[in-house]
Ligand binder design. Structure first.
Ligand code: SF4
Length: 486
């Protein structure tokens, strides 16, 4: 396997996974191929492994139709894992897919998703985005009951719980499982002839419902459940609605049956989905991601404008916020930094010198744009500080007279427990330094972060967001940490 990225390129929080399930009611449509296309639009949520599981139906005993599940998965990008031949083996009316970035469990094929369980009563497949906070306890209970595990992933806990409860019937097996697990989850499940979606009672990770076109206005050609609305667009569907926190949806043929499985629900969507994780063409819980980034830039400009000749965004996510900052401060917007799209999840850096130069391989400066100018660079976050320090250096080397950093998320001081890979507290540079110490350590002429209130305002300000890594107060109890009380 190729070596992981050097620390200099791991200077962002990383989303964990993307999930996508498709149920076709139009017999001309193939769900597995649609999942394959849709997974490309979720690739930004995970590049370590990709997988698709598809229902195969055949006549069984007593005239009943029997459903089994076929699954193919592998390490790498969607385009690396699947071929036309594999897709033709998966042809199906219902399928689900997953792209993974590992947080709980190592980066290996055994932890790649979807997970499939075949047992006496049938087959089920699960794709999970999130992290269970009680996975170890549940795993121990299941192991004590004789259940075997093949991976170190917390998602395997979910499929084993559903399988254990399956004799109670699908609906009861799902609700009993979901009531037992704690933490963050956006789940898509294939079971028998049903496609199921569930979102944790705080809705920390996103999940939405879309509809496939049937060519007839009164009918749907099928249904889509996915992490982000951009995947619905990619498969030619239309967005229907977000799955609510604590909601379970069961899709069979043209019926979408839904209920709330938790008495206590309180929306606390991960604010970082809007800051960095989600694609700008997605809409999550009625908030347009691109619009929220532009607004955050405007608010940042209002809160802490710097006298400058040029504002540039660190590509790609910094660009909408830089446009907003430029509007609010009347600073000309330009493209001063170019990013190589081909530095992916792995990077061979045999020497220390090459590891240090890794940021320069990923980013380069357009010298003619910045020379002699006072430049504001807008970034989504500062985690370890390695990228910002290098960007200041390459901008100044290219002749920028001053470099001012503006960040449209508050300082990241605390770890995430809900599916996001965060460094240890000691490696979070804002946890160890105040803003002026940090500014000096980055070599910038000034540094400012958006306030927590400003970030909330950019998200339309109705609350309902997890801000744990900024405030240290979490929506779900975490041992040793403070709980957020509104
Ligand atoms: S702690 Fe931070 S990264 Fe984790 S869910 Fe909350 S806002 Fe998102």
């Amino acid at each position: 396997m190729a070596p992981p990225l050097p620390e200099t390129l791991r200077d962002k929080l990383h989303e964990e996974c993307g999930v996508l399930g498709i149920y076709c009611t139009d017999p001309k449509k193939d769900a597995a191929s649609l999942v394959y296309y849709g997974l490309f639009s979720l690739q930004h949520r995970g590049q370590e492994s990709a997988g698709i599981a598809a229902v195969q139906s055949c006549p069984g005993s007593g005239g009943k139709t029997e459903h089994t599940i076929e699954c193919r998965k592998g390490m790498g990008l969607v385009g690396d894992v699947f071929t036309g031949e594999i897709l033709s083996q998966l042809k199906s009316s219902a399928a689900l897919g997953h792209v993974r970035y590992s947080t709980a469990g190592s980066s290996s094929l055994e932890n790649a998703q979807p997970f499939v369980s075949r047992f006496k009563l049938g087959s089920i497949a699960v794709a999970h985005n999130g992290t269970l906070t009680n996975a170890d306890v549940v795993r121990e209970l299941l192991e004590d009951a004789g259940v075997g595990f093949t991976s170190s992933s917390d998602s395997e806990v979910i499929i084993n719980l559903i399988a254990k409860n399956y004799k109670k019937g699908l609906e009861k097996a799902l609700t009993d499982t979901i009531k037992f697990i704690k933490g963050s989850y956006a789940l898509v499940v294939l079971a028998g002839d049903a496609l199921v979606g569930a979102r944790d009672p705080n809705g920390i990770r996103p999940l939405c419902l879309g509809k496939l076109d049937s060519g007839k206005s009164e009918e749907s050609g099928g249904w889509v459940l996915t992490s982000e609305s951009c995947a619905i667009d990619a498969v030619g569907g239309s967005f229907v609605r977000d799955i609510e926190p604590g909601e379970l949806v069961i899709i069979r043929q043209n019926e979408v049956f839904s209920f709330t499985f938790s008495e206590k629900t309180r929306r606390a969507v991960c604010a970082f989905e809007y800051v960095y994780f989600a694609r700008p063409d997605s809409v999550i819980d009625s908030v347009d991601v691109y619009g929220s980034r532009v607004r955050a830039g405007e608010i940042l400009g209002r809160e802490s404008a710097a006298k400058a000749d040029l504002v540039i965004g660190v590509p790609d996510s910094g660009v909408p916020a830089a446009i907003g900052y430029g509007r609010a401060t009347a600073t000309p917007f330009g493209l001063g930094i170019v990013k190589s799209k081909y530095v992916g999840r792995t990077f061979i850096a045999p020497s220390q010198i090459m590891r240090e130069r890794a940021v320069s391989v990923k980013y380069n400066v357009i010298e003619s744009e910045v020379r002699g100018k006072r430049v504001v660079i807008i970034d989504d976050s500062i985690v370890r500080g390695t990228t910002s320090r290098r960007l200041v250096l390459i901008l100044k080397t290219a002749g920028a007279r001053e470099v001012h950093i503006r960040v449209w998320s508050p300082p990241v001081r605390f770890p995430c427990y809900f599916g996001i890979d965060t460094p240890h507290r000691k490696d979070l540079i804002s946890n160890m330094n105040n803003v002026s110490e940090l500014c000096a350590s980055l070599g910038a002429d000034s540094l400012a972060f958006i306030s927590v209130e400003g970030l909330l305002e950019s998200l339309d300000g109705d609350g309902g967001y997890c801000l744990g890594c900024f405030t240290g107060e979490y929506p779900i109890p975490v041992p040793g940490e403070k709980i957020y009380t509104p």
